[in-house]
Design a protein. Sequence first.
Length: 420
Amino acid sequence: MKNKQQGYWTIVLVAAAILMVTMGARQSLGLFVSPLNTTTGLGIASISFAMAVGQFMWGAVQPVAGAVADRYGPGRVLVTGFVILAIGSALTPYMSTSAGLIFSIGILSAAGSGACSFSVLIGAAAQRLPAEKRGMAAGIINAGGSFGQFVFAPVLQKLIGSIGWMGAMWALAVVTLAALPLARVLRRRPVSARASNANAGGIGDQTSAPSAAPEQTLKAAIRQALADPSYLLLHAGFFTCGFHIAFLVTHLPGEVQLCGLPAQVASWSLAIIGLANIVGSLAAGWGTQNYRSKYILFWMYFSRAVLITVYLFAPKTATTFYLFAAGLGLTWLATVPPTAGVVGKLFGTRYLGTLFGLTLLSHQIGGFFGAWLGGIAITERGSYDWIWYADVGLALVAALCNLPIKEAPVHKPTLQVKAA
């Protein structure tokens, strides 16, 4: 039993470490927008579009990477993703055209980080862990990505200031390659995974929830999911999450600059978001195992609408940004465990990598518009005001979209009293 527990922790911590690298790199790209513009002269709108393409590509890769991992195991997918991410980071300093940035940042870096992200890692962990441990595991893995943002943002800002943005990009490529050995821990799919997980409950569920039958094909599982109104409502809410996050990671440095504050305020704000989201992710993982995920998601999205509204009326000081970042960070990517939890409860874990990957695609379609429209707003109007207003409205819609979801309640195990 002790060896099994150690094995569970190894899987979860390695998955969290992988996400720390890939999300830390990805969520810090906004720090490169201004130096890229200074060097290439392409304009904020063009650079924002390249990063918007990256947002979409990161999401488009998720269901494909999840499907390959579901079938062949995650090891090869992770190794391929690390290599592609490193190549994209290494090539970016050599790109001086919009097409070049779209290729390096929008396609290579995004595809590489997407192959080493949520759909593959949470799917792999869910297939290797008992049902009662999956919700907390998803929270811990998600916290790894947040810790990466906390570490990478200030470090990259420091590197940009000391060795230049090109040197910082090359350093990113080296760090990515150094993480390759982590993929070995998840290189094999468990032999019993197909049989055991086909009938297991979802993330955070400790009962036999509805799931894909052992003989069900991937195509049939996707068809079943896309015909389910609850699954589609989940997509609608996650679209807003992607819009909000992509807008901020791409344009928060620009917002800080508009307010006349130093660049360090942006990097530390991103770091604080990551630090706060560690707490939020762990709380979300725990909550997924004890409460209905749709209610957790409702309060997360509603709180964002309130927080952004308060920010819009607050004085724009460094303290305001830090407090805004701390509040926002509590829900930042903490939406992932409950969202994956709903998917797992609805359809089981057999094709969780694929089905949650499709949900992440919706997230990143929102991300595309968040990054792209932010660039258009600042170019055409000189401020991000109307994006902030749109964000409040979308957050309210996302909150309401989660309430009609038909999610089975969490069944907590009852204590068995042994007869004397």
